[in-house]
Design a protein around this ligand. Structure first.
Ligand code: ADP
Ligand code: MG
Length: 637
């Protein structure tokens, strides 16, 4: 039944309109903090102090040293739709301030007790505006503004009931300031709760440091040095879009998506296009549902993004969301592809070096598409110079710095080969020295020198820092997978005919799949033909997988192909197919490796992209430092 009484239409009173607007903008103390810090930043402040009582419910006071408000404009600041930031549509479309809607102070004033204390440059006194009475009185203060908000939701008890404990509200307030502080490293922040300093991030300001140095310092201050040292620098510029920041290595991923910071022109946003782009970039290295951690700064022409699509401006709309998605994906994918060993000489924290250059800078700073240089060539069999163990070690041309090791190895096309039956070989194009004389210490190799095999599963190696433990199957799997992916980019995977075709008893289903997918199989480097009514023959296999069990390989590929439609399977499921092939061909547990083979595997790992995770996102190696070992044995205590 519908209500039948008709009520007259009437205009709502101003306060009620503001209270309705407050419903969208002010959800909890943290929303007030966010709006007031926005205002302080827009005023050009370089120092912002936040004081809270009872998680912000009893009091939020924000002090800044910005431009201040003229006393005659103070009442306007509290009016709805009154702003100094835009005055026409053109301004709106190119807005670069945090605020522009002119409704925050009005909304807050309608649901709490608000006062404004402000002094502009050149004025000889500050003025205090009482938000409820509108009275203005002279007061004392240096240049800048203090906004005090007391007893949030005191007049709207229904909304006050939704608030959580003080501790929870405080945590939200801290997160709100953290989001701002990560975006504005040139501004100092301090947060006090119940008279105690709870967070402080200082800045020397923009004058004596580059913004990136400040950014790195701020990221380390806020997210911790662990995040800083275990993340890679992102640098990307193309078509007016630039992306910088840091992306955590897969090991840092978390169960919750609570350390994902994305900024568009310094504004913290949550955006599906960005999240999806990042997710795709991590796809190949992240295990299960783990959530990556990152801080990304996107800078683009204000006209390329509409910030006026959400009351709190936490969502935006990109003109060209495809460009954003692809750029994010590329920028992250390539930064994450570098083996972790390449990271190890990065400065421990930004503060350790005065003129700090971020990790991996040499490979990623200048060129917009720096990763073009990091093309690595694997899988070509090097001419075997010697099978002598000493010959496995390179001449002293080996660079000191693992970052360079990676690049040099890549650009000089260092060629490695590990196979299951043939003796492994190692040779560099640049080496003519007598290797035996100049065996370098293990410190030259990030993953060190092989010592032994443990339980047929792990390789133990010694490097300068201590012990390295490698899951040999996982590592080999990734090496093969990356090699196959690279070969696949050149039309088809090279195949190698088998001297004696391998035959196997096949099911009807397998025989049918072989016929339906013959072209795909060929592209994958496999040649499988009918041999007898119920038998298939494998005549050729991918040359890089020639040493594996060809029947197991063929069967697993056929099983996977059978699940999909013929024509487009390779397009859609290429990586899954290649991962399956790599998995079935990589060295199995319990296979005894010689020291030479182990060393060759380690050297290959050092130049393989995404080597730190296997194809399923699990780690392939772990370091155990001498320090950790010493602690285990209570040495030096
Ligand atoms: P908006 O930020 O969208 O303009 P607000 O309601 O948040 O709207 O603020 C209204 C106006 O008050 C701002 O446009 C600005 O001119 C002034 N103002 C608010 N806070 C400050 C501050 N901390 N310092 C200087 N001016 C301020
Ligand atoms: Mg504002």
């Amino acid at each position: 039944m519908f209500a039948t009484t008709r009520r007259a239409i009437c205009e709502l009173p101003d306060v009620l309109i503001s209270q309705i607007a407050a419903g969208e903008v002010v959800e909890r103390p943290a929303s007030v903090v966010r709006e007031l810090v926005d205002n302080a930043l827009d005023s050009g402040a370089t120092q912002i102090t936040v004081r809270l009582l009872a998680g912000g419910v009893r009091l939020i006071a924000i002090e800044d040293n910005g431009c201040g408000i003229m006393p005659n404009e103070m009442p306007l600041a509290l009016k709805r739709h009154a702003t100094s930031k835009i005055s026409n549509l053109h301004d709106l479309e190119s807005v670069s301030t945090m605020g522009f809607r002119g409704e925050a102070l009005a909304a807050i004033n309608s649901v709490a007790e608000l006062s404004l204390l402000s002094r502009t440059e050149g004025q000889n006194s500050a003025f205090l505006l009482d938000g409820s009475t509108g009275e203005i009185t002279p007061a004392a203060r240096a240049q800048g503004t203090t906004v005090e908000v007391k007893e949030l939701f005191f007049s709207t008890p229904a909304r006050r009931k939704f608030l959580k404990t003080d501790a929870t509200e405080l945590a939200h307030c801290l997160e709100a300031v953290r989001r701002h502080a990560l975006a504005r490293p040139e501004v100092s922040f301090a947060i006090w709760h119940e008279g105690k300093l709870v967070e402080q991030w200082r800045s020397q300001g923009l004058t004596n440091a580059a913004i990136e140095t400040l950014q790195n310092q701020r990221i380390a201050d806020i997210l911790g040095e662990d995040f800083y040292t275990n993340s890679v620098a992102i640098h990307y510029t193309e078509n007016g879009l630039s992306i910088s920041g840091r992306a955590g290595v897969p090991d840092l991923a978390r169960a919750r998506a609570d350390q994902q910071y994305c900024y568009v022109n310094d504004r913290f946003v949550k955006d599906k296009v960005v999240t999806h782009g990042v997710r795709t970039a991590y796809e190949d290295v992240l295990h299960g549902q783990r959530q990556p951690v990152y801080v990304l700064y996107l800078t683009l022409e204000p006209r390329q993004v509409d910030v006026n699509v959400h009351p709190t401006k936490i969502e935006v709309r990109f003109r060209d969301s495809r460009q954003i998605h692809q750029a994010i994906r590329h920028a992250l994918e390539h930064a994450l592809a570098l083996p972790r060993t390449a990271l190890q000489t990065a400065p421990q924290t930004p503060s350790e070096t005065a003129n700090f250059t971020p990790a991996l800078a040499p490979t990623s700073v200048q060129a917009p598409r720096p990763w073009a240089q990091t093309d690595i060539h694997l899988g070509h069999r090097a001419p075997s110079t010697s099978t002598d163990f000493a010959a496995m070690w390179p001449a002293p041309t080996a660079p000191q710095n693992p970052v360079n090791t990676y690049n040099t190895a890549a650009s000089a096309s260092a060629q490695f080969s590990v196979t299951e039956s043939a003796p492994p070989t190692y040779a560099t194009a640049t080496s003519n020295h007598n290797a035996a004389e100049t065996t370098p210490p293990p410190s030259h190799w990030p993953l060190g020198r092989a010592l032994a095999q443990l339980h047929g599963v792990y390789i133990l190696a010694e490097n300068a820092q201590g012990l390295i433990v490698v899951d040999m199957h996982a590592a080999h799997e990734r090496i093969l997978y990356e090699r196959l992916k690279q070969q696949m980019t050149h039309t088809a995977i090279p195949s190698q005919p088998l001297l004696i075709a391998a035959t196997f008893a096949a099911t009807e289903h397998e025989i049918a799949t072989t016929e339906a997918h013959s072209e795909t199989l060929q592209q994958l480097g496999l040649e499988i033909t009918p041999f007898a009514p119920k038998t298939l023959a494998i005549r050729a296999v991918p040359s890089s997988l020639a040493q594996g069990d060809s029947v197991a390989l063929a069967r697993s590929v056929l099983a996977e192909l059978a699940q999909h439609d013929g024509s487009t399977v390779l397009e859609r499921r290429q990586n899954e197919l290649l991962a399956t092939m790599a998995c079935h061909s990589s060295v199995r547990a319990n296979r005894q490796l010689t020291l030479d083979e182990m060393n060759t595997l380690l050297r290959q790992m050092e130049v393989t992209e995404r080597i730190d995770q296997c194809n399923h996102g699990r780690p392939t190696w772990r370091p155990i430092s001498l320090k950790e070992l010493d602690a285990l044995f209570l040495r030096g205590q």
